[in-house]
Design a protein around this ligand. Structure first.
Ligand SMILES: [Zn+2]
Length: 165
């Protein structure tokens, strides 16, 4: 609803969020790079965690409640472009976020996945990111099956506050 009802003020904010000075190997058009280089608006960007090598954000268009994206700080679209330290940090962050989501949302399972390349469904092929999607028994209902629409009961703002806390 927040997306559908987006007013002029919100549209302006979204435009402003895209205006970020990024580093030499980053992509100024990439929302993950923008989030990496602007540490002042984590709430608006839905950034829930950052460390030396990774950044974790809520998916603005979630498949399910609690859907987070975990990415390396560097703008890189292939696994072999990452250092061993980055790969290790990413798996540790996936582990940490899965444990946190399990604690606060008590899902029955998770889908954890990486889409590499446009043909594989990557919405942002230039910057690798792992999806963590909490799953509950029976969370696929008629809306999803017939209407190709997903019902998300919790607002992104409420979830952001829970995870950051
Ligand atoms: Zn990027």
């Amino acid at each position: 609803m927040a997306y559908i009802n987006e007013d002029d003020e919100a549209k302006k904010t979204r435009k402003e969020l895209q205006n970020v000075e990024v580093g030499p190997n980053a992509d100024p058009e990439c929302f993950l790079c923008q989030a990496v280089f602007d540490e002042t608006r984590d709430r608006q960007r839905l950034v829930v965690r950052r460390d030396a090598l990774t950044i974790t954000v809520l998916n603005r268009f979630p498949y399910n409640n609690g859907h987070v994206l975990i990415a390396p700080r560097c703008h890189c679209g292939v696994l072999h472009g990452l250092t061993l330290a980055e790969k290790t940090a990413l798996l540790q962050e996936i582990d940490r976020m899965t444990a946190l989501l399990e604690k606060i949302m008590t899902p029955d399972g998770f889908n954890i996945g990486l889409n590499m390349g446009q043909s594989a469904g990557a919405g942002l092929p230039g910057h690798l990111h792992w999806h963590i999607v909490p799953r509950w028994n029976g969370d696929i209902n008629y809306m999803t099956t017939i209407g190709s629409a997903k019902v998300i009961p919790q607002s992104l703002e409420a979830l952001w506050e829970l995870l950051v806390e």
